[in-house]
Design a binder for this molecule. Structure first.
Ligand code: DGL
Length: 270
């Protein structure tokens, strides 16, 4: 039994950490497509093709259930892959839905009509590809009415994190928060809509100030996954070992991952 976790690079490790803490008995196979990151500046077809190849690889590793721990991949590829049909016994899930459920105070599978919710001014920080897909606004519109979403395409942050240049990443966060505030001076809530951003969450929180509620995905996804596996224990797959796979330079990726996770992480080359 193993569950696959996919990201374009290192950001999905923020999700992996939370799901491992929530489900310590479940092995996870992590795949980072570091050779092709960042996805956020690629076109939708390109992201779809890369994501589909990675998900097929994780299915082949014995992970019947694969979580796209990447908003860009979820925005560009998830619906398309699900609509095209996944093989018998396999599943692929994304990271938007748990976040939107938390924001709209809904439970999993609540398909009642959209309704008014407590937050009406929401700032969305995400990659350029996620912002231009409008996938977040679409999923939100199924569940809530009257929510004004201002999206900020945060160019450069993922590249800086992948390169380990945290000073640049932090400076970019501050400048993207400033840019958002020029469009929406008083957001009530901010969505960190990229799994790399929890690595600079403190900087987002400091720049946004104490009055803005910050929604970050990792713990929300972990709770949803725990709930899903309780209802569908058969989806745990046949793999038995936790592993880390990368399309990039395994040594470099391992060093960065070890730094971010604050524990030894060894990636294997694909
Ligand atoms: N962690 C990915 C996400 O959540 C980053 C995408 C990228 O590679 O630009 O969107």
């Amino acid at each position: 039994m193993a569950v696959g976790i996919f990201d374009s690079g290192l950001g999905g490790l923020t999700v992996l950490e939370a799901v491992q803490k929530r489900l310590p008995e479940v092995p996870f196979v992590y795949l980072g497509d570091n050779a092709n990151a960042p996805y956020g500046v690629r076109g939708a077809d390109d992201v779809h093709a890369l994501t589909e190849a990675a998900v097929k690889r994780l299915w082949a590793e014995g992970c019947d259930l694969v979580i796209l721990a990447c908003n860009t991949a979820s925005a560009a590829a998830l619906r398309r892959m699900q609509e095209a049909g996944v093989p018998e016994g396999k599943r692929v899930l994304g990271v938007f839905v748990p976040l939107i459920e938390a924001l709209t105070e809904r439970n999993w599978g609540d398909n009642s009509p959209p309704r008014e919710v407590a937050v009406t001014h929401v700032a969305l920080f995400a990659t350029p590809a996620t912002v231009s897909s409008r996938a977040f606004q679409r999923e939100l519109a199924f569940r809530a009415i009257g929510v004004d979403v201002e999206a900020q395409a945060c160019g450069g942050i993922v590249d800086a994190i992948e390169e380990g240049d945290m000073i640049l990443a932090e400076a970019l966060v501050r400048s993207h928060v400033d840019a958002l505030r020029r469009k929406m001076p008083d957001p009530q809530a901010a969505i960190l809509g990229c799994t790399h951003y929890p690595l600079v969450e403190d900087v987002f929180r400091a720049a946004l100030g104490p009055d803005v509620a910050v929604y970050s995905q990792a713990n929300l996804v972990a709770e949803s996954l725990a709930d899903y596996l309780t209802r569908r224990p058969g989806m745990m797959g046949s793999g038995t070992e936790s592993r880390f796979l990368t399309t990039g330079d395994a040594r470099r990726v391992s060093d960065r991952a070890t730094q971010f996770m604050r524990r030894e992480v060894r990636f294997e080359p694909l």
